[in-house]
Design a protein around this ligand. Sequence first.
Ligand SMILES: *Cc1c(COP(=O)(O)O)cnc(C)c1O
Length: 366
Amino acid sequence: MQAFLPRLEIALTQIQENARLLCALYGQKGISLMGVSKAVLGDPAIVAAMLRGGVRFIADSRLENIQKMQAAGLVTQFVLLRTALSQAEAVVQSVDISLNTELETLRKLSYYAQAQQKQHQVIVMVEMGDLREGVLPGDLAPFIKETVALPHLKLVGLGCNLACYGGIKPDERNMQALSTLVNRIEQAFQLRLTVISGGNSANYEWYQATPAVGRINNLRLGEAILLGRETVSRKAIPGLHTHAFQLIAEVIESKQKPSLPFGTRGQDAFGHVPSFPDRGLRQRAILALGRQDVLVSGLTPHNQQLAILGSSSDHLLLDSEQHPLRVGDEVTFDLDYGALLAAMTSPFIRKQWLQGSSPAATSQPC
Ligand SMILES: *Cc1c(COP(=O)(O)O)cnc(C)c1O
């Protein structure tokens, strides 16, 4: 088999095992999981691995990704994490449940649900302090009153999202506040909310520490499944695989050069005036990989003797003094979430799915 470079190797079995372990962990306290597929652009093979691992829903922020998964034949409940007014008609067509924060959008969804003779399910997101999406708690009751009056929508739950913009952690206080809001809304409107989606991969520490999850019965997990980490301090979750994705690039130049650039100083390719420590002559290598492909700051070389010196659009520079490289050699990196997002999106990086020896049996949905 020809090795394509650069390539992203994806260990599907490890992703499946991560999903299965997280389903078992959160399932202990009655929490179901949405596998979040946006970082991998709804890649059908990866999403199928999440489903084999037992996630009950697949959630994505992009309608196009959901449509791609459906076209690939994946069957599950699809959740749209980010709903735009202009897409309302297609949302009703392709998505089972959408997350919402605007009445104007909900009215449009109801309108198109009527036109398509459907009932569209919605989760209303509540602002719990991170200041990304969400209806402020003080506005929630009137918002819900109008939502439940829309005839072709079914309000299935409430949710919140933390640790994305404001860096606010999920904790006892904001999770209990969400539970309290759920109870109040159910009482005030005489209804039963079935999906209480308390957050994302950042909810791990809260979950481990909490004596009671309250009404929270769902989480939406991307990074924890894909990279095996929680996202408050990016610690590895015990038992999970953290190397399911590996980026491999090719050495195209390897030479001994001075560590100090020579000539008259001006700007680099990205408008900065760089400065360098003088470390004398060093062995350095250039990889055919650059900022157009990946978030270079999110890469970690597997070989700890290699150090990233810098990068431009198409070139990545390594100090290889401790580990000499030859032209044509392959260099392997771990990726963080930002690097994974970019690498999955780059048309220049070949994706290669590794099957491994995965048990054929499908886990029970949790
Ligand atoms: C991206 C996203 C998630 C998943 O976040 P992870 O940190 O990858 O678990 C969950 N919910 C919403 C609304 C999102 O946009």
